[in-house]
Structures are given as C-alpha cells and as structure tokens.
Design a protein around this ligand. Sequence first.
Ligand SMILES: Cc1ncc(COP(=O)(O)O)c(C=O)c1O
Length: 370
Amino acid sequence: MKIEFSKKEIYLKDIKNVEKVIKSGWLTHGVFTKKFEDEFTKFTNSKYCLTVSSCTAGLHLSCIAAGFKKGDEVIVPAMTHVATAHAVELTGAKAIIADVDYISGNLNLENIKKKLTKKTKGIILVHMAGIACKLDDIIKLSKKLKLTLIEDCAHGLGTMYQNKHVGNFGITGCFSFYPTKQITTGEGGAIVTNDIKIYKKIKRIKAFGIDKDIKNRKIPGDYDVKSLGLNYRLTDFQAALGYNQIKNYSRNLFLRKKNAKRYSEKLKKIKFVDFPEFDDSNSYFVFQILSKYRNKIIKKFKKLGIGFSIHYLKSINQMTYYKVKNNIKKYEYKNTNKYSRNVISLPVYPKLKNKEIDFICKSINETINE
Ligand SMILES: Cc1ncc(COP(=O)(O)O)c(C=O)c1O
C-alpha cells in the first residue's frame, strides 16, 4: 500500500480558473488576487489580507513594518522553519532563539521570559503543526513590555484560539501556500492584519514602494515612490489556483480533523508514542507524533511506502548560521533537541482513507514491538 505524504485539493474548476487568467493576458495583480484576498479575510475573519509570493516574504514584510532594525532583538522558537528567524535577520535585527514546549513544539511564556533583554523588540510565534500557542499569557507580556507580536501561521490555516482565527492576535499573521500546506498555489502566501496602517505600509513595500494601485493610474507609470520596497507579489494565476481551495476550505478542515481523531483513537493505545490530545481548534496541517523509536519507524515507513515528513529534523539552534552567530550551546535547547530527535509528521489530508490511517497506526505499533 503506497501512501503519499500530501495530496492536493485541486480540481478541474481550479485549472480552468488558471487557464482563464492565462488566456486573459492579465497575469498579475488582477481579478483573482482580489477575489482570493476577499475569501481569505472572510475565512480568517480578519479585516485585511494581502497575497504575497511566499510566507517568508510575508514574514519579512511584517518585520520591516514592525520597524525591527540593527540593535534590536526578536524572540523566535527554535523549533521552526528557518524562514521565521531569517525574516528577522534580514532586517538587521537579531533573531533570539528560544526553546519550546516538548509536546506541542510551541513557544511558551517561560521560555520567552528566559530570553528577554533590554533590546527585545518583538516575538514571532509559530503555531506548530496547527496547534495554537497559549496566546493569552504571551499577549499580556507583549503589552506590558511593548513588544511587537507577529504570528507565523504557515501551519495554521483553520487554527482557532478562543474562537478567533490565529493571525488576528499579532500585528500580522503570515500564511504559506507551499505545496504540502493545507491549500497551495505552488509557492505563495498571505498576510492578514486588522490594522489599516500596517496594511497600507505592507501593501506599499510589497510592490516597490509604489504609492498607487494599477487601477488608479491614469497612464502607465503614473505613480510615485517615497520609500524603499520589494517585489513580493503573488501572480494572478496562482491566486486563481488558490481561490476555490480557500472558498471550500471548511470541508478540507473538517476532514483533516476527522482523520486526526481517528489517529488519536488508534495511537493512544500504543506505548512510546506521544502526541497532543485531539483538539477541535487545531487545524492539523500534519499529525505529529513523538517517539523514541522515530528512526526505526521511519525506516519501516520507507520500506512500506508510507509518506511522512519531519518538522523539523534540524531545528534553528542546530543550523550552522545560527549556531555560529549566536554561539549556541547544545544543552540550552533540551526540549527542542529531543523534539527534533523524536518527531514524525504523518499525513492527515482530506483524501487520506480510513484504511490508510489504520495501516499507518498498525505499522507504528508493529515496529515498536518488533
Ligand atoms: C513555520 C514555517 N514558517 C515559514 C515557512 C516558509 O513558508 P514559505 O515556503 O511559504 O516561504 C514555512 C515553510 O514551510 C514554515 O513551515
């Protein structure tokens, strides 16, 4: 039985939308970009949305909008994609790597507090594998110390915290549409915000610093530039690919949760496998388990053709750039290092069949008991 790690929810009508855009000749900042952004704000219940070329671009723009600069420190979790830390470093500020909670993989108040200094200007939170960070305490601390909070929601499409979609707690929330994510546009991302000033600032920087939308220009080139900017736009055919996926995402999310529930019920009977308890507010980007038998399990998966991933085999504190620059000592990151040794991401996508979940769980059980 071959089981893929990820399967897309892309249908003929999505391909037709892409075709429509390509045939129209209007390939960027067009109709579908607006339609996609509108659907995204609707789904996340945010005021504003801006599509971007990737989540990395979104995080970089957010860090620029936050005003992070040389001499500033921004706390990021050790257990994340390098993009989270890179976004900080690209502004000239320093990414300060903090240890995470062992089971959820998330930053928590205690580990943030250990890294606070007079230079701390912000925190980037990652909702690992779709599990919301414990935001209440972190927001309270940020307010008290006037720290800027940014949410890396690359795994968090559909993740709720106290009935509010993640991404609505920081100055921005940045989402990823990389192919393995819950919805995909190939490469791509979106930023949500509820702050009009941040929205306008990011909108300008995202497109060269230009002060006028294409539809408001009287003649080509009718715009001014008063500040620096980048080109981090998503194409209109990518937005066309994502449009139905976000419009129909509730069904995708429902099926992910159904699959996660089945995993939880089967896996809780297996010794030496840990995972966070089933939670309806988790969006289940993947179903992560932790086991000291990880390497044995993935060897078996490879033999059986079971797709899996590891988020993340090498955490930020183990990456040479950060290890050398921050003079990192291995013992500082006890939880993160254990997590990276033990974690496996199992597939949980809507098209995954019950018998496939059962087969994966059975294989894990047999491998541990071999
Ligand atoms: C937590 C996290 N942040 C940021 C990113 C970067 O996303 P993108 O590939 O869209 O730039 C990823 C990528 O997978 C991620 O997992």
